[in-house]
Design a protein. Structure first.
Length: 156
């Protein structure tokens, strides 16, 4: 995915998030170890399907269209992760495991930040694509869409 991106900003985001993802994996391993569980388990078919679709994406697309599609697929993956970490955080909170809930909340916030960054990059890429297509139409995006008014908060 990193190599397929032609946008420097998108490549940089993918590289930064790859490093974050390694940290996320370490956090999850620490949580599992603290719970006396191993990191082995079933492969997530939903995530595998998203990644498989992403890997087949580059065939026959221009660089700009590919960048736009990469943003879309990366956001699908981020949304999957956001849903997962949010649910796990809520389970940990319900079990009064505040340390685990805190680690999962930190990971959730990092995933949400990556999603926001992808949204901003995607808007820039799509605006450029629209200009290339000759539409020249400018769409005003309300400020509430640029920065969400609310954030997902930890469960009480």
């Amino acid at each position: 995915m990193i190599q397929a991106a032609s946008s420097k900003e998108l490549r940089e985001l993918f590289n930064r998030h790859l490093e974050q993802t390694k940290d996320h994996a370490t956090r999850v391993e620490m949580i599992l170890q603290a719970l006396g569980e191993g990191a082995e388990g079933e492969k997530c078919t939903g995530m595998a399907s998203l990644i498989s679709d992403l890997e087949q994406l580059s065939q026959g697309l221009s660089h700009d269209v590919l960048d736009s599609a990469l943003v879309s697929y990366a956001q699908r993956i981020e949304h999957f992760e956001i849903a997962t970490y949010g649910s796990l955080r809520d389970c940990a909170a319900a079990l009064a495991d505040s340390d685990t809930a805190m680690h999962l909340q930190n990971t959730l916030e990092e995933e949400q930040d990556a999603d926001r960054q992808l949204t901003n990059i995607g808007r820039t890429i799509n605006t450029e694509l629209a200009k290339q297509e000759g539409s020249g139409a400018k769409t005003e995006i309300p400020a509430t869409f640029v920065e969400p008014a609310t954030r997902i908060k930890p469960a009480a």
